[in-house]
Design a protein. Sequence first.
Length: 234
Amino acid sequence: MRLRLPAERPTEPPTGYKIAHPVLSQDGTRAGFTGVSLGGALPYAVLDDASCVYGLRHRPPARRCDCGFHCVHDRAAAEALLCTAEHRAAVLLEVSVLGAYIRFERGFRYARQRVRTVTAGPCRCGAGAVALADAGWGRPGWRALAPACAGCLRGRPSVSLAGFARLAGQGLRVIAGAGGTGAPPGPAADLTSAAELGVPELVAEAALLQARLDWFQSQLARLDGRGSEGAGQG
């Protein structure tokens, strides 16, 4: 006799919360996420289907496997995961649980999801994030990103919050938590017209431009000083 789980027929997709690392494709044309635990080796898009990380030929979420997307019911429970050292650079996702799912006491394991909102925490220096910048690691073909403020970018490959949302598609919203605002310009593909930005975003963009200008001026001054020194010695 096989045990059957109770079937649910919700009128709207359930909402869940999870944490993940934002990622940018090697060519800078696609954006997605990678998990922080078992499924971390398989980057996924804003709207995507789960697959078995063990390579088994069954449809997630299989009852005798732990495959599938995972999330928790409570936002605070997901935010608590960001306190651990290894997850400080992750972002908070609000997701819609789609397709078949298994309900647990604290959350869901499910077949398909749509990421609706991304909340980026503060930069590692404590300032509000204005961009997602190269985190120094990644997966094959994907560069991991982390929240960064204007002062800490320092020429690192980066994409604005609005630019990441645009590359990810599917109506994704990316917002800055803990006082972060707006969207600075990143690579050439990340140019956003002023008509798409509000006042906070334009202020953040101006701050980032000034920070980058200051950095370039300091580099030019350093190089100019070396040139003058060399000329004097000759």
